[in-house]
Design a protein around this ligand. Structure first.
Ligand code: NAP
Length: 309
């Protein structure tokens, strides 16, 4: 009897070891060894929202390098022009068009969506990266967020409403052409209970759910809908220095782009997927405690900094 139990134990262990090994190997292949994705098969143009900084600017640069013409949606005309100059100077064959819109304002988003819908009827828009996003200045109790009514509206408008409107403007033409790639940038927080970042995490949970529903809706139209849910990436938003677990946007986007059409939902970067798998398997009560104390210490640090200034 003991012998039998021992054998079953080894079988179960072997099964889990195989599962972990195949998970690791498949991700190492996607992020490190696979051939670059051929984005030309979707069309000639890529739209990137929030393409003036951080992750979005890097998507614009790297999709241009991959042969796409680029449409950048952003709120700051000077930053938009600077991106166009930078991209066209480094690849003279690339055409860059700019759509200026503050996506926290519903009327400006509606106008941008109308412009993009028209563009999608005239040009082959094959790739859409819904990247624009905002978070809190620092983790905070929900009722203590400064200028809260305005801030909370802005967060929902940029992170959720603009993604919905801009997707609606572009995905119809993609489905008529029976090809396309929509990449929605969520966040690791969208899958976790995130005290002190409640609204940000919830807005990203919306992005995750919307993405997964759309994916099945458009599968038969040949349109891929991918969810990228990063953990920390060094940027204006995260205010962290680049390192192995918090890559610079250039490194992060290179790896995220390699996963397009190969992984439907991923953090976009090997070490983030690993981090996500580990954190998600911690019991919920401990997970909540850890995230609360991490965010609380960032909050305290922010208050100390404000007092000094
Ligand atoms: N960095 C991270 O650790 C991290 C982790 C998880 C998820 N994410 C997600 O990744 C995405 C990109 O973040 P990031 O780190 O690259 O942030 P970022 O450096 O702050 O860049 C955000 C981009 O969104 C644009 N944007 C913000 N508000 C806008 C508005 N009202 N209208 C139009 N554009 C607007 C910004 O424009 P300006 O250039 O004018 O500011 C910028 O181009 C976001 O969706 C974020 O939630 C980031």
């Amino acid at each position: 009897m003991d012998d039998k139990i021992e054998k079953i134990g080894y079988l179960v262990l072997g099964f889990f070891a195989l599962k972990v090994a195949s998970w690791i190997l498949s991700r190492l292949w996607v992020f490190g060894l696979a051939k670059p994705v051929d984005f030309a098969k979707f069309g000639e143009w890529a739209v990137i929202t929030g393409g003036t900084d951080g992750i979005g600017a890097e998507y614009a640069r790297q999709l241009a390098k991959a042969g796409q013409n680029i449409i950048i949606v952003g709120r700051n005309q000077m930053k938009l022009e600077a991106m166009r100059k930078e991209i066209t100077e480094s690849s003279s064959a690339t055409v860059v068009e700019l759509v200026r819109a503050d996506l926290s304002k519903q009327d400006e988003t509606a106008k941008a969506a109308e412009t993009l819908k028209q563009m999608a009827n005239e040009k082959q828009i094959g790739v859409l990266v819904n990247n624009a996003g905002v978070s809190y200045d620092f983790p905070e109790f929900f009722h203590k967020i400064q200028n809260s009514a305005e801030k909370l509206d802005q967060l929902v408008n940029v992170n959720c409403a603009s993604m919905v409107q801009i997707t609606a403007a572009v995905i119809g033409a993609m489905s008529e052409r029976k090809t396309g790639l929509v990449v929605n940038i969520g966040s690791g927080t969208g899958d976790l209970i995130c005290p002190l970042l409640s609204l940000y995490a919830s807005s990203k949970a919306f992005v995750h759910h919307f993405t997964k529903c759309l994916r099945y809706e458009y599968e038969s139209y040949g349109v891929h809908v991918q969810l990228i849910s990063p953990h920390l990436v060094s940027s204006k938003m995260s205010k962290v220095r680049a390192g192995l677990l918090q890559p610079a946007p250039k490194k992060f986007v290179k790896s995220a782009l390699a996963s397009a059409t190969r992984l439907q939902s991923t953090c976009g970067y090997f070490f983030h997927d690993l981090q996500h798998a580990l954190v998600s398997n911690i019991p919920a009560s401990l997970q909540n405690k850890l995230l609360f104390s991490m965010h609380e210490s960032i909050r305290q640090r922010a208050y100390r900094k404000m007092k000094q200034n």
